[in-house]
Design a protein around this ligand. Structure first.
Ligand code: CP
Length: 337
């Protein structure tokens, strides 16, 4: 794909060479995301960071990534603080906001809303999550994390064995990741979810077409036994028409140290797009795994910054100019990994 000026709405837009290109730029940008170097390559540019649904990681990491490239961020963090509550349409909102910004990131609870918004926007729009549909940049940072974690074990993405666990019906992070995994060879996926929260048929069709081997079950212990990666997800309570129905699925699939140790191969990597639901009744990923070196959830969240930096530089056409204004930081960096 030609990144320059493109909307980034779905993982469907990417092939393997696009992902390789993005990861190569991300590798080059790591000294900046690790706060060892600064650049002013986007000095004067404005990001419209429009979040009409709660977010911690996506909103802040997109904003931080833009700031780290020298740009400024203007943001809305809830519908209630925008004129959407006065009945303004998304189309009008897009036409107005795209004159105030050079690029827009948008999250919205309705499936397809970011695409509709992009069609009225005069600047590139990046999908920060649209309902239970897609979360493409989450999938890109997840893939980047999987690749880096596997490299430490001298494994490759081709041949990956992964367990996707939890709410596979409504989980947009899982949906985008599944599409991305279809681009790799000899992938096997164990889909582990309550019966009613199984992966929708449309994704099963994609997996079959791509030749991905799948199993489907409700059994966590069996499903995580022979995999390289366990990808836990939260029950997406906010997507249930009747939120009280979500309660019966919480706590059914919980990973803790005892279950991990009893069932997993050594070095099985644990991921989660976060937020995890740490309330007692849910607790899909127990805090007793904090000390497990294979718990990659915070490395995964960290990778959100560098992947989003890479995406900004490619979409805004400055990936080859980052080093022109680069210099070491003035302060003593305390970033540790
Ligand atoms: N992973 C993710 O999308 O997190 P936030 O909802 O906090 O942005």
């Amino acid at each position: 794909m030609d990144f320059n000026g493109s909307h980034i709405l779905s993982i469907d837009q990417f092939d393997r060479s696009d992902i390789d290109q993005l990861f190569s730029v991300a590798n080059d940008l790591e000294p900046f995301s690790l706060r060892k170097k600064v650049t002013r390559v986007l000095e004067g540019a404005i990001l419209g960071n429009m979040f009409f649904e709660p977010s911690t990681r996506t909103r802040i990491s997109f904003g931080a990534a833009f700031n780290m490239l020298g740009g400024a961020v203007r943001e809305t963090s809830e519908v209630g603080s925008s004129s959407l509550v006065k009945g303004e349409s998304l189309i009008d909102t897009a036409k107005v906001l795209s004159s105030y910004s050079d690029i827009i990131v948008m999250r919205h609870p309705d499936e397809g809303s970011v695409k509709s918004f992009s069609e009225a926007s005069r600047v590139p729009v990046i999908n920060g999550g649209d309902g239970s549909n897609e979360h493409p940049t989450q999938a890109l940072l997840d893939l980047y994390t999987i690749k880096k974690e596997l490299e430490t074990q001298k494994k490759t993405m081709d041949g990956l064995r992964i367990a996707l666990v939890g709410d596979l019906k409504f989980g947009r992070a899982a949906h985008s990741l599944i599409k991305a995994l279809c681009l790799y060879k000899d992938v096997s996926i164990n889909l582990i979810s309550p019966e009613e929260l199984r992966l929708p048929d449309s994704y099963l069709t994609l997996l079959a077409k791509a030749g991905v081997k799948i199993t489907q079950s409700e059994n966590l212990e069996e499903g995580i036994a022979e995999v390289d990666i366990i990808y836990m997800t939260r029950i997406q309570e906010e997507r249930f028409k009747n939120k009280s129905h979500a309660k019966k699925y919480k706590g059914l699939l919980s990973l803790n140290n005892e279950i991990y140790t009893a069932n997993c191969e050594p070095n099985t990597v644990i991921m989660h797009p976060l937020p995890r639901d740490s309330r007692k009744e849910a607790n899909e990923l127990d805090s007793d795994l904090y000390e497990n070196p294979n718990l990659a959830i915070f490395r995964q969240a960290d990778n959100g910054v560098v992947i989003r930096m890479a995406l900004f530089t490619l979409v805004l056409g400055v990936a080859d100019q980052v080093h022109m204004t680069a210099r070491d930081v003035n302060w003593q960096t305390s970033k540790r990994h």
